[in-house]
Design a protein around this ligand. Sequence first.
Ligand code: NDP
Length: 336
Amino acid sequence: NRKFVLAKRPKGAPDDTTLRLETEDLPTPGKGQMLLRNEYLSLDPYMRGRMSDAPSYVAPVEIGAVMVGGTVAQVVSSDVKGFSEGDWVQAFGGWQDYALSDGTGVINMGTTPENPSWALGVLGMPGLTAWAGLTRIGQPKAGETLVVAGASGPVGATVGQIGKILGLHVVGIAGGAAKCAHVVDTLGFDACIDYKADGFPGALKAAVPDGIDIYFENVGGAVFDAVLPLLNTSARIPVCGLISQYNATSLPDGPDRMNLLLGMILRKRMTLRGFIVFDDFGHLYPEFAKQMGAWVKAGKVQYREEVIEGLERAPAALAGLLKGEAFCKRVVKLTA
Ligand code: NDP
């Protein structure tokens, strides 16, 4: 069994000394356990947080422990009720070829799922994040304007497409012309603004003539700076992620603008609400799975993934994702 363990807590961006590849004997399942062969490993921004021991909503990965990660796996052998050899499952098997499980938190996908790896994206955690964050916190009403950052990523792409289904005017924000073209041409957003291009704040303003009613926050930093003055009275802001800050080692220099933000929240009576998907909305999973499954099947929600071949390439692929190199959902295919 090959596995990546956390070798060192990174300062700033993770590098090739952060994780270490180790090999061990195949684990033997005990009573009430099953052995899973990981087929796909999800790469997600939250993994940077688990490498750090800064205070968070969940404990960090210990030094020397297997790196955590969502997986799609096949059951090799099982002594767990409801799971049989050959079943495909959605699990948290981590960065390794094989994992043991007692079935807690594992979802059985049957023996012939159509696109098994999509359970790591639009039909899984990122999809639930998008759907629940937008509908429960965003409280969308047809005709309103929705702006979503990180628009080409699995969460942002799904948020915007749901927004279109619900009758909103949807503007994405993404890095680069290629991502923006995909967001408009394939995903069907009304517009997408490149935050790396000159004149970004002005271009965003021009794209939202009626202001912004819902801002789905995935990135923070300079993107939020441009959004803030455009927010309407009673705007809702699901605070989902701040990827622009995950590799930061300190707060940015500059004047303290905390009271500017608080004043804006007060005068415009805005609602900002952070959420942690499974803690806050895990109970909605069955409703989400039914709804999103139907939308995907009907072609109303498009999905694109990039498959990286080989567990050994996972650390570089995650480092690249944190630098904006991923075009859409990144997964690692473990077996040939
Ligand atoms: P993404 O694929 O969107 O994340 C990678 C993308 O983020 C990159 O391709 C890049 O796109 C963008 N990015 C990277 N660095 C920066 C930067 N400095 N400034 C702006 N954008 C940057 O990931 P997901 O769709 O999986 O997740 C989106 C967000 O949602 C993340 O912040 C994640 O942590 C959060 N999340 C939160 C959950 C929760 O429970 N609260 C659950 C799941 C996700 P580009 O080239 O366009 O910049």
